[in-house]
Design a protein. Sequence first.
Length: 471
Amino acid sequence: MPGWTIILILLLIVTGSTLNFLSYLDKNGLEEPANASVIKDSDDYSGRFPGLDVLVRTKHTDEYTYSIALPDTKNESINSILMDWVTEQEKDFTTAIKDQSHQVRSNLTIELDTKRITDDIYSFIFSMYYYLGGANGKEEIQTFTVDLSNGSLLEVDDVINLSAYSKEVQKIIINKLHQEEMLQDVLFEDQLNTLLKSPDEWMWSLNQDSFSLYFDEYEIAPGFVGAIELDIPLDDIRPYIYEDIFFQSEASAETVNEQIDIDEQEWSKLDPEGKYVALTFDDGPHPSVTPQVLETLNRYDAKATFFMLGIQAQYYPSLVQAVAAEGHEIGNHSMNHPDLTSINDEKVRGELEQTNIHIKEAVGFSPTTMRPPYGAYNDLLVDVMKDADTPIILWSIDSLDWKSRDKDKIAQRVLEDIHDGAIVLMHDIHQATAAALPIILESLHEQGYEFVTVSELLYQRADKIGPHYQY
């Protein structure tokens, strides 16, 4: 198998709040995201959640990896609150790993789930997993429900009338927990009752379907149960929700991009004597850069493969549709960009399955190829992908666009190493990559290369294709 290829990526989805976000980083002495240049979003590709974009920060060293997803909102106060919390988790993690022997890489992954309540009120659920060695990692959950209109954090009793109906709501929660098969006869009843009497300690969220409570592992049940998410149908809790919140929720029901069924790309028949290159783009789709990449590819009648993050596909389904509609291949790049070699079988499968779900919701089909973040894979991942009959795709040329952020250097690196059957790694999240692409395509076009998807190479030119793992 090919050895590890180490990539350091720091991704910022840039919106109108970018300047506020960068100002916050500057004031607090934090590392500026690597793609922090201000780029205007395309008006043609609105996101799923009004007023929100998503930021995924990743880092990979010999000692540790981390992947952190957080929302970038239109409210500077909310951004500061969320960044303060994220920064605290990073500091705790990096402090903890200083005493480790580094026989294995430590890992911190913070996943984001976004639930819309009204046009301005959202719940953000952060699932944090960190691994410092030993048999198991640790999982924790943190929730924030925010009002973007005034920059406030909402407590559960701002939404549910607990002063009048506390006992009724507690009874619903307890009954629902006892209905869960996994929790029968194992709940820590005393700890649960104590927690339910302190609503300010609840981890909770609300959307137009359900009220949800979250419990860390060991908090109300044995560790083998893991973290718990309890979803209570909205109809059960509706009588206790403040009328103004419920009315706003109904009035601003979430609109999700309608799924469009796009036929999976038909493969072109490749000439055995032809010269072919597979251009690949990771970590998108990006609301500004990806449309530029698509326009350039269209101009040169070039097909490419986009290895998408599930959370980006969730936030920007119309861009997923645009990529597929142009006849490009879509691959799976995980949900949140973790090092898949540092998490267990269940989490690996969850990362890949959730990504497939969000892509299929947009275009009607799931990816048939995957690229692991950082190019990191192990026997576990190989077995998982073998079960899914999905090849692992690596690369033979790294443009290093994440590092140079210089269009001429990006183009030079690709062109000086180009060869028939090459798989070229780029990222459709950097403006410099979009600027370098016309240079690359023009030169390769003059040299007689044609631009095809990874699958077209994989199944017709397997003797010449770049690094991959197939079964």
